[in-house]
Design a protein around this ligand. Structure first.
Ligand code: FAD
Length: 480
């Protein structure tokens, strides 16, 4: 259990009684209240199988009103809850720590409206990202975000984690694309900020409170989001590069040569690709290189865009920045190359256990930590790095045959100290969740943390929403 593994003490919340279960059954239909241990188990375990909670009950509301009734009851009875979307989060935020009640939004999956002129999509929070993308594509639009977990993550989970993903470089983050939010506060109050306007400067921009707050300030129930136009032309380049210095030069050159059509610039080191290709039985379309770069363009003229990318390839092969590469506009080939990139996150799990770090670093220091960690970890585990270069966000994975306390102590807090030294962030996009509250001070100063506490106190005075997550206990932040 997470509580034992990370030595966390249960807070003074109510304990679920049979009368509570009866109440929930009266609000939801019986089949949407799970209490059987084997039914509840998958909702207690996170995607990387690092965190395991002890919840006895999963509630699956279908409407905002049901969420409101559940929260109002839980708040009155001091019952702690854990909001859950697709449970693909990577920092243990989506599963309970003790016996919190899981509120899973899977049944809130209706699309409410789509304005194909403005691009405003309104839907319920439990819609799966890939389903939304397929839906809006039929109307010549795309979702403004894309990530490896798209087949199971929910838009409400994406918003609650402020998910970044593969095309943030082009379409920006969710603080820019989310137009409005409906959320339920801890006491059951429904906060209606579900507007579809691009501009609305009427007072505080409250929707932003729910973007990235990881279920600690409210349960997101509906979402209005801006969908950009479906690009008429998509091209992809997959390149081999000699060293990280050349990779950075290539990034600079891609920005100026490809300009407005550049939609993704992703990197992976040799270990990331070789381990993924081997473990997932995939084939690498180019040879073996120290670094790999994946460049995607989204534009409106296929001939012009692929010519531009091919010209970039020839120019940079001549300059020596690209050692070898392939460029394609064929959807099947594009999918296969993206599949390699998207499989890296899960590939290491096949070897046993992966310690995952998702950090923002200044680009000049982007890869240094991987090298430092390799020396520090030695032959205890494989250390590899990949990520969204365009966003200064690297994912560092440390893959071992199993979880060990010794390796954990070698990695943490060392990694966070190193990140703080160069002014980086200890969480670029996965959030703080259960795994990082004790390290948040490396990226947030005391005054910022106090304001976070004040907001939490005002919106959830009993602390029932996702306890043990995001905010550290007070003594921790007072440490110098
Ligand atoms: P969950 O995992 O269920 O929950 C995540 C957090 O949000 C929890 O704290 C939970 O309490 C809260 N929450 C969920 N739904 C709600 C709601 N309706 N209201 C309030 N709180 C809620 N992340 C990225 O940012 N970029 C990536 O590129 C990326 N790639 C990934 C690739 C893979 C293969 C995997 C497994 C994960 C990846 N992730 C990535 C992490 C993860 O997919 C995202 O964090 C995603 O946004 C989580 O959505 P979810 O629905 O699964 O949320």
């Amino acid at each position: 259990f997470s509580s034992e593994k990370y030595a966390v003490k249960r807070k003074n919340f109510g304990i679920l009684k049979s009368a509570d279960v009866e109440y929930f059954k009266s609000v939801l239909s019986e089949d949407r209240v799970l209490t059987d241990e084997s039914d509840v188990l998958p909702f207690n375990i996170d995607w990387i199988k690092n965190c395991r909670g002890q919840s006895k009950i999963v509630l699956k509301p279908k409407t905002t009103d049901e969420v409101s009734q559940i929260l109002s009851y839980c708040n009155k009875n001091r019952l702690a809850v854990c909001p859950q979307g697709g449970n693909t989060g990577l920092v243990g935020g989506s599963v309970p720590v003790f016996d919190e009640i899981v509120i899973n939004l899977v049944h809130m999956n209706k699309i409410i409206s789509l304005d194909d002129i403005s691009g405003a999509l309104v839907c319920e929070a439990g819609c799966i990202l890939e389903n939304l993308d397929n839906y809006v594509r039929d109307h010549n639009l795309i979702m403004p975000l894309d990530l490896g977990a798209k087949g199971s993550c929910h838009i409400g989970g994406n918003i609650s984690t402020n998910a970044g993903g593969l095309r943030l470089l082009r379409y920006g983050n969710l603080h820019g694309s989310v137009l409005g939010i409906e959320a339920v506060k801890a006491d059951g109050t429904v906060v209606d900020c579900l507007r579809t306007l691009k501009k609305d400067n009427t007072g505080y921009h409250l929707k932003h409170l729910f973007i990235g707050s990881e279920g600690t300030l409210g349960v997101v129930t509906k979402v209005a989001i801006h969908c950009p136009a479906l690009p008429k032309a998509v091209s992809l380049g997959f390149f081999g590069v000699e060293n990280f210095e050349n990779l950075l030069k290539l990034y600079k050159s891609a920005k100026s040569s490809l300009g407005e059509i550049l939609s993704a610039f992703e990197m992976a080191d040799n270990k990331s690709i070789s381990l993924t290709v081997e473990n997932c039985k995939l084939s690498n379309p180019i040879g073996d290189y120290p670094f790999y770069v994946l460049i995607e363009t989204h534009g409106s003229d296929e001939t012009h865009d692929s010519e531009k990318l091919n010209r970039f390839l020839s120019q940079e092969m001549e300059s020596g920045l690209i050692l070898d590469g392939t460029v394609t506009s064929e959807p099947a080939k594009i999918k296969n190359i993206w599949h390699i990139r998207e499989s890296i996150a899960g590939a290491g799990l096949i070897n046993g256990y992966v310690f995952k770090y998702d950090v923002s670093l200044p680009l000049r220091n982007y890869y240094d930590l991987v090298l430092t960690l390799r020396t520090r970890v030695g032959d205890r585990a494989r250390v590899y790095g990949y990520g969204h270069v365009g966003d200064g966000n690297i994912h560092i994975n440390v893959s071992a045959s199993k979880y060990s306390k010794e390796l954990y102590a070698i990695l943490e807090p060392f990694i966070y100290e190193e990140v703080a030294k160069v002014g980086g962030s200890i969480s670029a996009e996965h959030g703080v969740g259960f795994r990082k509250p004790q390290f948040i001070h490396y990226s947030k100063d005391k005054t910022a943390l106090q304001l976070m506490r004040d907001l939490k106190q005002s919106m959830d005075p009993n602390g029932i929403l996702n306890p043990y997550k995001v905010l550290p206990d007070v003594p921790d932040i007072e440490k110098d």
